[in-house]
Design a protein around this ligand. Structure first.
Ligand SMILES: [Mg+2]
Length: 353
């Protein structure tokens, strides 16, 4: 089949996330073939990414042939090369991610195979989910046995106390055997990380996430062996196999956390997983419990943990993607629907067609 139409759309997001989400949050990419098959993908970069897909990638894609996974890989390489002057990391790759995922969805639908099947076949019919948010009591009631809380260091030493309180609450609700993780969203530094490892030792945390920025690989490599048995995790703001090549060479992280909708789509994530395997690192995908990552986990290409960002019991998430599997007792069933198995909510994406 040949690609005949490509378009990127910005959903009507109602909820804001910090200052940037109103205009720079996730996008939907639609790819249509001459056989009438339509694939949908999810990318990042907001209105800036729309300009890249609709103003550049579209003309490079229309007329291209997609018959197999190798064709998608070739297209990825061509789009990456064509976008090098403004791309390589960040918004350019977030835009490419949306295109890539739409192509995998389209190929799956055309061949009547779920994407995990295109990735080598089903290894895990269900995936262990972990809940990210601030309501461990609710997560325990829902049956989760893995939970991640968020913490921010603001320069005030009471930050140690708030971290201890969060860890204590987590253990209180989830028990001693659950996995508990902390995400500090780039707000700690090496000294804070070492002190946190000491003070949080009684709570047996599995990993510390994003203790420093992605530009501080050497500092993380230094700290990593000093906080064992806590694992050092990060990578949601890293891109492509080339970016993770730097992570591999630095030895900065035990656990790599690429985001499939930002780092270059499934094509890039498969390459990142191969690199991690060669480097002895684990891959636990950022937001991996969403379908974009779920197929990779189900195919056994990375670790068996899928993140679900649930917030708290009163949260009212916006339902952009319909048909996504819901966690049951802390596990996500994997659907055998052809393609990625979700469709966009047309009310949130007017004019999608
Ligand atoms: Mg994070």
């Amino acid at each position: 089949m040949k690609i005949v139409h490509v378009s990127a759309h910005y959903p009507r997001w109602q909820q804001t996330l910090g200052g940037w989400r109103p205009r720079l949050w996730q996008i939907v990419v639609r790819v249509e073939s001459d056989t009438g098959v339509v694939g949908y993908g999810y990318g990042g970069g907001g209105e800036a990414a729309l300009a890249i897909v609709n103003g550049h990638f579209q003309e490079l894609l229309e007329g291209r042939s997609v018959e197999n996974v190798g064709d998608i890989q070739t297209i990825w390489d061509d789009l990456y090369f064509a976008s090098i002057p403004y791309g390589r990391r960040g918004v350019g790759i977030m835009a490419l991610s949306g295109v890539d995922l739409a192509l995998w969805d389209m190929l799956g639908k055309a061949t009547e195979r779920p994407v995990y099947d295109l990735l080598g076949g089903l290894q895990r019919p269900q995936v262990r989910a972990y809940a990210t948010g601030s309501d461990p009591e609710w997560f325990a009631q829902l049956g989760f046995n893995a939970y991640k809380f968020s913490h921010r260091w603001t320069g005030d030493p009471t930050g140690y106390d708030t971290a201890i309180a969060a860890a204590e609450t987590a253990r209180h609700h989830l028990g001693d055997h659950a996995l508990v993780m902390a995400d500090c969203y780039l707000s700690w530094d090496a000294a804070v990380t070492l002190e946190m490892a000491r003070r949080l030792a009684p709570y047996n945390l599995y990993w510390f996430e994003d203790v420093l920025t992605p530009d501080h690989l050497a500092e993380q490599a230094e700290v990593r062996p000093l906080i064992k048995p806590v694992q050092l995790a990060g990578g949601e703001h890293e891109f492509t196999q080339f970016g993770f090549g730097e992570v591999a060479r630095s030895g900065a992280l035990d656990i790599w956390q690429p985001d499939v909708t930002w780092c270059g789509g499934i094509t890039a994530t498969v390459r990142i997983c191969q690199l991690a395997q060669e480097s002895g690192a684990k891959v636990i995908l950022h937001r991996g419990g969403e379908v974009w990552g779920l197929h990779l986990i189900a195919a056994g290409l990375c670790d068996d943990m899928g993140e679900l960002v649930l917030g708290h019991r009163k949260a009212q998430p916006e339902q952009l993607w319909l048909g996504a599997p819901q966690a049951i007792d802390g596990y996500l069933p994997v659907s055998d629907t052809p393609g990625l198995g979700v469709r966009p909510n047309q009310e949130m994406v007017p004019g999608l067609g």
